[in-house]
Every structure is written in structure tokens, then in C-alpha cells.
Design a protein. Structure first.
Length: 374
């Protein structure tokens, strides 16, 4: 069996080549604010914009994969675009209805707090949900989905935590990927609260300096590699507290239709950058559970927006349905009972097939924000 890094390079080649072929710089910027990102700079052409729909067109001129964010006060994420490989241009379309002080950020290597700059939004604008009944229903529908997933997340994480604290290693191992199903489905909502995501889901290699390695992946390492540690119970208690905090915040968050659209693409980027490569669940190798859940979450966001997409671009909706079905078919090949094969049981051909299916889905999902913004 090949090593994870060797197979990750195969996946990376597939995704980078496909991305370069399907996402190129637009000839017409359409009023977009150009962002030139490299390994040491984040040059935003304008540092202000009027309230309403704001579009950034981000070109990665560096040598590392990067991300671009627009933050509100308290590092609340208004919008983000991930997995911008060198030479690639991608758009971020966000709705900002309230004027005020914001920040832009590029994150070379997709790590850390990023290269930040001040950004001002002037005036105020009506929210899209206040002027469009279908968009309003879309956000309400997705909020109901988030609420239901949050309840299940709390319940299943509690079972996992109790097994860890009781020293029931085999039971905890079985519950680990199940609890994460509900986390992975609504991860974009969690990521909108910048402080909580790294505590719950930070991987050991990307924890920022000064932060403790906590959350799911710390307990994953304890269960599969190092054995339960003297502080494992405290880590489990902290995870439970953080999950309950997230569930409480998720009930009150006000999502915009564009956040739904961007979140659908973010979840597929999560698959492309972590699940397909085996980097996410590197100790348990339960990556396909996360893969399935990210796709479920992406489809839930698209389904909430379905009436809007159908009205504005029926052909795109047909393509989305086709590509979601194609990813489902690939994943089902690797189902075992109520779960999936371990990542280490996959062949390079299996991983390549999944990477190609996700890329084929990611391209039409990336168009949803443009449709919503019309």
C-alpha cells in the first residue's frame, strides 16, 4: 500500500490540473475588486466598497495554495474562498448590508491569521432576504437544517465524550466518526465563528502558535496512537463545552443566501484539501465519513437554494443534480455497513476517481453564488 503523501500527490495533480482548466481569470471583472495574493503580500485594489453585494476576484501569484477572507468585528467570517492554487483566480461574492470596519485577509499555505488589511463598507443596504421571498425561505430552510444537525451533534458528541472518559476505547473509536458527521455537515457555520473552529477541529500540524492542540483530533490521536493521556478527560470536557457553545451560537446566526452558496463550495474544498488526501483523520483513517458528510452539507445548502436556482438557471440545477449523483455513486462503492472503508484501504485509482468526481461537482457549485447574486 502506498503512503498517504505519495497518494496525496496523485490527487493534488488531478485537482490542480482540473482547476486550472475550469477556473480561469474572467475577462470582464464586472466591478469586482481585484486581489493579488502571493506568499508574502495581499494587495487589494480597493479598501472600501458600498454596502450590498461585494465581489472580490482573487488571483494567486504565489507558490503556495492560499485562501481569502472578509472578516467582520471579532473575526466573524463574512465570506471566504479556499484552495486557491498558484496561478488560479477565484471569486468571492459576499452580501454586507451594514456599513462599518471590516478586514480582508490572504492566508498563504492556508494557515495562521493571514496577511490582513483594513476594509471599510460605507452606507447600509437592504438585505436580499427582505426583498426576495424565495431567498428568505432558502435561508429559513437552511437554518432549520443547521438547528437539527446541531442537536444531533451535541447528542452524539456527548456519547463520544462519555466513552472517552469511561476509558471505553473501542466504543469511543466507533463513535468518533459518527459524532463528526454532524460537525462536518455544518462546518461553514462553525467556521463563521473564527475562535471556535480551531479548538474543535484543529489538526496538530496547523494549530497556530500559542494554541493548545485540543478537540476531536487530539482525542483521535489519543485513541489510535498514543493511548489515553492524563489530560484526555479534560480535553473531552472542553470539546463538549465547545460543541455546546457552537450549538447555541448556531441558533442565533443570521445567514445570507450568499453564505449558503459560498458554504456549499467551502465544503467541497474541505473534501479536496483534506478528506481525499487522508490528511484530516490521519490517525483513525475515517476520512470517508467526513467526505460523505461534507457532500451532504453542500447538497443541503444547494437544496435550500433550489427554487432560486431553478428560477434563474434551470440548466445549472440539472448539472448540479447530475454531479451530486455521480459523487454519491462513487462514495457508495466504498460503503461498509453503516460506515465506510478506511482511507488506508483505498487504492490510488479509488482516490483519483473520487477526486475527479469532486472536481466535476465543484465547478457547477462554484457558479451558485453568481446565480444567487443576480
Amino acid at each position: 500500500m502506498s503512503s498517504i503523501p505519495a497518494r496525496a500527490s496523485v490527487v493534488g495533480a488531478v485537482l490542480v490540473l482540473a482547476a486550472c482548466g475550469t477556473q480561469t481569470p474572467s475577462e470582464e471583472s464586472g466591478g469586482a475588486i481585484a486581489v493579488s495574493a502571493n506568499d508574502s503580500a495581499c494587495e487589494v485594489a480597493k479598501n472600501s466598497a458600498a454596502a450590498g453585494t461585494i465581489t472580490f476576484e482573487v488571483t494567486n501569484k504565489g507558490s503556495r495554495v492560499t485562501e481569502f477572507y472578509l472578516y467582520a468585528e471579532g473575526d466573524r467570517i463574512m465570506g471566504e474562498v479556499e484552495n486557491i492554487t498558484p496561478g488560479l483566480t477565484r471569486r468571492l461574492i459576499v452580501e454586507v448590508s451594514e456599513g462599518g470596519k471590516y478586514e480582508t485577509a490572504c492566508k498563504p499555505g492556508m494557515q495562521g491569521k493571514g496577511i490582513r488589511g483594513d476594509f471599510t463598507v460605507t452606507g447600509d443596504a437592504q438585505k436580499a432576504v427582505d426583498t426576495d421571498e424565495k431567498l428568505a425561505e432558502a435561508t429559513q430552510s437552511y437554518q432549520r437544517y443547521v438547528n437539527s444537525q446541531s442537536v444531533a451533534l451535541v447528542d452524539k458528541t456527548k456519547e463520544f465524550v462519555e466513552a472517552v472518559k469511561a476509558g471505553k476505547v473501542d466504543e469511543a473509536k466507533a463513535l468518533f466518526p459518527v459524532a463528526r458527521i454532524y460537525w462536518e455537515r455544518i462546518e461553514p457555520v462553525a467556521e463563521s465563528f473564527g475562535d471556535i473552529d480551531p479548538k474543535i477541529d484543529g489538526r496538530e500540524d496547523v494549530i497556530e502558535e500559542g494554541m493548545e492542540f485540543t478537540g476531536y483530533h487530539r482525542l483521535e490521536k489519543d485513541l489510535w496512537v498514543s493511548g489515553l493521556q492524563p489530560d484526555s478527560n479534560a480535553i473531552a470536557d472542553q470539546l463538549m463545552s465547545d460543541i455546546e457553545d457552537l450549538a447555541g451560537r448556531a441558533k442565533t446566526v443570521e445567514l445570507t443566501p450568499l453564505q449558503l452558496a459560498n458554504g456549499a463550495k467551502e465544503l467541497l474544498d474541505e473534501v479536496a484539501t483534506g478528506k481525499i488526501t487522508g490528511e484530516e483523520d490521519r490517525y483513525s483513517h475515517t476520512d470517508l465519513w467526513d467526505f460523505r458528510s461534507n457532500v451532504d452539507g453542500s447538497q443541503a445548502a444547494v437544496n435550500a437554494l433550489r427554487p432560486v436556482i431553478e428560477e434563474r438557471d434551470a440548466e445549472l440545477l440539472t448539472t448540479l443534480d447530475k454531479q451530486f449523483a455521480a459523487v454519491d455513486a462513487v462514495l457508495e462503492k466504498h460503503r461498509v455497513g453503516d460506515g465506510f472503508k478506511l482511507y488506508t484501504e483505498l487504492t490510488e485509482a479509488d482516490i483519483k476517481e473520487m477526486a475527479e468526481a469532486v472536481d466535476a461537482l465543484g465547478e457547477p457549485v462554484s457558479q451558485v453564488a453568481e446565480v444567487v447574486a443576480k
